[in-house]
Design a protein around this ligand. Structure first.
Ligand code: BEZ
Ligand code: FE
Length: 287
């Protein structure tokens, strides 16, 4: 195939994929090439803009390491992560909605007993989180494994502190036989996503801020149920309607209640003010 021009190049590329052995890969690449070429035609992409795009993606690659995933950040800030999550987790209205996974989950976080403090020294006001995990029909889900992770009062996850290898503000608990859970942690605060790299420069160029509203992350796994990856967001946060990664759902917004020093939900007593969050999760039966 020779002498290709702007009218014939798209079909020529697609024809080259005609014998791709994996039909799903062929479907995805056909659509990708069509959309990519249509995009370049629509915006009348100049050579300088094409080069700037290549340079940007190269910088995203260079910023990515085993400690930082700049491509996921790019997907998150362009709304692709929320689109993929929404398409793949259409749940009945009674079930807790899913939202983005984010880049700060860590495999192998410590196991804790119900009532334990998962902050493990992370900075912040004490906060007790309690609720239940149930199926859509109301059945309590005992023994559900709940992974929890959150940023500290300064807006950083434990893994963002250089040279700090302890798990802080993250842990794994199991619900009691009646589906209930209780753990202690710290008050969630709003924080900016990492914005000192190419994605941060992109946000700035677009006149966008990098902030996420205060939230706790949960991943809940139980036999017979679809794994739920979600957050609980703090009501009243100024970024609820402008989350940098488009993850907020109204059904996931809850009240953190402030208490004066005194008796705490774990049967103890706090000398300082503390917070409580009550939130119940409803799991979707596995398909
Ligand atoms: C997070 O909530 O941990 C997060 C999600 C997307 C991008 C950056 C951070
Ligand atoms: Fe987060």
């Amino acid at each position: 195939m020779r002498n290709l021009n702007e009218d014939t190049i798209t079909q020529a590329v697609l024809a080259r994929h005609a014998d791709a052995p994996d039909p799903r890969l062929k479907e995805i690449m056909t659509s990708l090439v069509q959309h990519l070429h249509a995009f370049a035609r629509e915006v009348k992409l100049t050579e300088a803009e094409w080069a700037a795009g290549i340079e940007f993606l190269t910088a995203v690659g260079h910023a990515t390491s085993n400690k930082r995933q700049e491509f996921i950040l790019l997907s998150d800030t362009l709304g692709l992560s929320t689109l993929v999550t929404a398409m793949n987790h259409r749940k009945p209205p009674a079930c807790t909605e899913a939202t983005v996974f984010g880049p700060f989950f860590v495999e192998g976080a410590p196991d804790y007993d119900l009532g334990d403090d998962i902050a493990n020294g992370a900075k912040g006001d004490p906060c007790y989180v309690r609720g239940t995990v149930r199926g859509a029909d109301g059945t309590p889900v005992g023994g559900a494994v709940m992974e929890i992770w959150q940023a500290d009062a300064d807006g950083y996850y434990d893994v963002q502190y250089p040279g700090q290898s302890e798990h802080r503000g993250r842990g794994r608990i199991r619900t009691a036989a009646d589906g209930s859970f209780l753990f202690r942690s710290i008050l969630a605060e709003a924080y900016p996503i990492p914005h000192d790299g190419p994605v941060g420069r992109m946000l700035e160029a677009l006149g966008r801020h990098p902030w996420r509203p205060a939230h706790l992350h949960f991943m809940i796994r139980a036999e017979g149920y679809e794994t739920l990856v979600t957050h609980v967001f703090r009501d009243g946060d100024q970024y609820l309607d402008s989350d940098a990664v488009f993850g907020v759902r109204s059904s996931l917004v809850a009240q953190w209640i402030r208490h004066d020093p005194g008796p705490t939900p774990d049967g103890g007593k706090s000398e300082r003010p503390f917070y409580t969050l009550d939130f119940d999760f409803v799991l979707n039966p596995a398909p």
